[in-house]
Write a protein that binds this ligand. Structure first.
Ligand SMILES: NC(=O)c1ccc[n+]([C@@H]2O[C@H](COP(=O)([O-])OP(=O)(O)OC[C@H]3O[C@@H](n4cnc5c(N)ncnc54)[C@H](O)[C@@H]3O)[C@@H](O)[C@H]2O)c1
Length: 333
């Protein structure tokens, strides 16, 4: 690539995955500008660059941030991501995730910023018809969250043709773990993800519910693909470098390809913490597929990306280290 440091705008960079990507970018020699409403994010998570407070639907504010900082690329994380909430309040999801992303794209086109890396999700696939799931799997989301992400994936090739924008859509499976240096970690409220919820239950907080133990899986609980947040962050840097070098847009799964059951996660948390995880059985949630895991070869081959923290124990250890040392997260809620 050309002369460094080059500046990257990271929308949602005060959030969980965006803050880890900001760290990875900064380590790779980029200058980072975080653009975040702080609606769900944390000022304390912005440690690797400047913070611009704003909403991605505000095209003028995004344009000013791009122009003012001379950004050459955008990593777009800003979105809402609670599937259940998206079922109850779909309009809120379409507004924030679709209108927000379009705001960023409009601003990029207006400022001639050509590289866009988009946080997509395995929820764009819907109910899997085959596993592991390859990128060619049909995309038929079954909730507004997945559909709001797919709407942007669908828009990207059209924007590319019209405006020479190059893009990568990264379809994450289950993001988990925390920065191995312990500087940043996961602080969602309410927390909905399994590993932090199991840690919370083990340390005297809310008990954990397991949604269904009669799935057609070896132990009856759902199988998911947990991918370490630092590995996700590294994939973003590689994706950005790939489009800047090759000009080749595309969509990639980001997962390990090795699924783990809910029970396995609970046992791993118990082993790592040396404590029991109290849990109760609850009914299946509608729209929860039994098995979801990635065929990760495309990203590994094309982006030269291999997860470094792929084993579940390492993922749980880094998550535990963060929660142990930050029992109130960033302490701002
Ligand atoms: N966490 C996962 O397991 C997972 C899985 C698949 C995809 N994703 C996607 O990854 C991205 C990041 O997820 P996360 O777990 O870091 O979420 P997060 O809530 O921790 O971070 C999102 C950030 O975006 C900001 N934001 C939201 N809407 C905004 C807006 N309109 N304008 C400006 N800022 C806004 C929030 O304040 C927050 O800091 C999301 O796009 C999500 O859909 C996450």
């Amino acid at each position: 690539m050309g002369a460094r440091p080059r500046t990257v705008l990271v929308t949602g960079g005060a959030g969980y995955i965006g803050s880890h990507a900001a760290k990875a970018l900064s380590r790779a020699g980029y200058r980072v500008v975080v653009f975040d409403s702080l609606g769900a994010g944390h000022r304390g998570a912005v440690q690797y660059g400047d913070l611009v407070e704003g909403d991605t639907a505000d095209v003028g504010a995004v344009r000013a941030a791009l122009q003012g900082h001379g950004a050459f690329a955008v990593l777009h994380f800003a979105a809402f991501l609670d599937v259940g909430e998206s079922v109850r309040d779909p309009l809120r999801y379409y507004r924030n995730n679709v209108v927000g992303a379009l705001g960023v794209l409009e601003a990029m086109v207006a400022e001639s910023v050509r590289y866009f890396v988009f946080s997509s999700t395995c929820a764009t696939y819907g109910e899997p018809i085959e596993t592991p799931i390859p990128e060619t799997h049909p995309q038929q989301p079954i909730n507004a969250y997945g559909d709001s992400k797919l709407a942007i994936e669908r828009a990207l090739p059209h924007v590319e043709r019209a405006h020479a924008l190059r893009w990568v859509a990264l379809r994450y499976f289950n993001a988990a773990g925390a920065d191995p240096d312990g500087e940043i970690g996961e602080d969602h409220s309410p927390e909905i993800h399994l590993i932090p919820r199991a840690i919370e239950a083990a340390t005297g907080g809310r008990g954990l519910q397991v949604f269904g133990d009669d799935y057609p899986t070896p132990d009856g609980t759902c199988l998911r693909d947990y991918i370490h947040v630092t590995d996700l962050a590294d994939a973003h840097v590689k994706a950005l470098e790939s489009i800047a070098e090759t000009g080749k847009s595309g969509a990639y799964n980001l997962g390990t390809g090795h699924p783990h059951s809910v029970r396995e996660v609970i046992h791993t948390v118990e082993r790592v913490l040396g404590r029991q995880v109290p849990w109760t059985l609850a009914p299946r949630r509608p729209g929860d597929p039994a098995v979801l895991y990635a065929a990760p070869q495309k990203a590994q081959n094309a982006l030269h990306w291999t997860p470094r923290y792929a084993d579940l124990e390492t993922i749980v250890r880094t998550a535990w280290e963060w929660h142990r040392t930050h029992p109130n997260g960033y302490g701002d809620r």
